[in-house]
Design a protein around this ligand. Sequence first.
Ligand SMILES: Cc1ncc(COP(=O)(O)O)c(C=O)c1O
Length: 381
Amino acid sequence: MKPTQKPKRPHFSSGPCSKRPGWSPDHLKNALVGRSHRSKEAKACIQEVIERSITLLGIPDDYVCGIVPASDTGAVEIALWSLLGERGVDMLAWESFGSGWVTDVIRQLKLEHVRVLKADYGDLPDLSSASWSNDVVFTWNGTTSGVKVPNADWIWDNREGLSICDATSAAFAMDLPWDKLDVATWSWQKVMGGEAAHGMLVLSPRAVRRLETYTPPWPLPKIFRLTKNGKLIQGIFQGDTINTVSMLCIEDALDGLRWAEEIGGLPALIGRSQSNLQAVEDWVSKTPWIDFLANDRATRSNTSICMKIVDAWYRSLPKEEQAVKAKQLVKILEEEEVAYDFGSYRDAPPGVRLWGGATVDADDTRLLLPWLDWAFEQIKD
Ligand SMILES: Cc1ncc(COP(=O)(O)O)c(C=O)c1O
């Protein structure tokens, strides 16, 4: 039977993600557009984003947090290019984004002492085999496979290298143990549903020490430079951004952070995201045609909820046909205006990926699920 009720907000994309409930462009009316980002007022807004992020996420006082160019990719690249090369590096990858960082380190930075710890979509590499005399680069939540690290127990307290974590689809929806992270990055358009533009970069005292004691042998473009004369450029972490920021995006980021505080801060954000996963788990447990891509429940993402079709008819199709059918399912529901942009990522196995971050209402997720059942029947015809 075709369901009758549609999700109120059909936004299930994994980036840019749904805006917060109640968002409208009116909330941007106080944006300091047309003002210099170096003006006192603009700098105060930029600084406010930093401070509210620090407070909300519980980032320790001795860490620094800054806004950098080029979204999460910019933040990760800045970290890799500025910090790596002092020692060997372990690169952990189990989906597309982690694999991208591996390519960077091997093909672009051309580092010699690189160990790649890889796993296929659905699994994690053996985290316990990471070598902490090396730097270790990893993604907290693999957005394209829906596999996250289950905890940080595998990160040594007495590590010699740095732990460098791409946390873009984890921050604000999963607990990040800051004492285990020397570098963490994220972008605004994910869990908080902000406008995409800038990246956030958090550095521990150990990461700052590395920056101040080690100079990589390769040239660093201006937008990657975090130090001057061997000292951290403090301004970057105090509202003095490397280059021009969008004041509209700054205002939007503030709007998201204020909303998060109003609803109860980080526990409320995590709770909202967990409710989305719970809704999907309840449905998957009684739905034989679909299953999670994550093979281990402990690694199942509550933000990028990736699923594969396991129905016998579907699995009997040739691989290319499976991909076509999965796309067809997504298209049917887009045309019905029930859900947008929830196809699996282009490099991932065919299936569906529902964003379950904090800005998505679990009621909407619940309303979508019977539509998935209906759409699956349609693609079988
Ligand atoms: C884990 C991960 N890393 C990096 C990126 C790239 O982020 P951005 O587009 O903000 O640069 C994404 C985007 O989805 C991601 O999910």
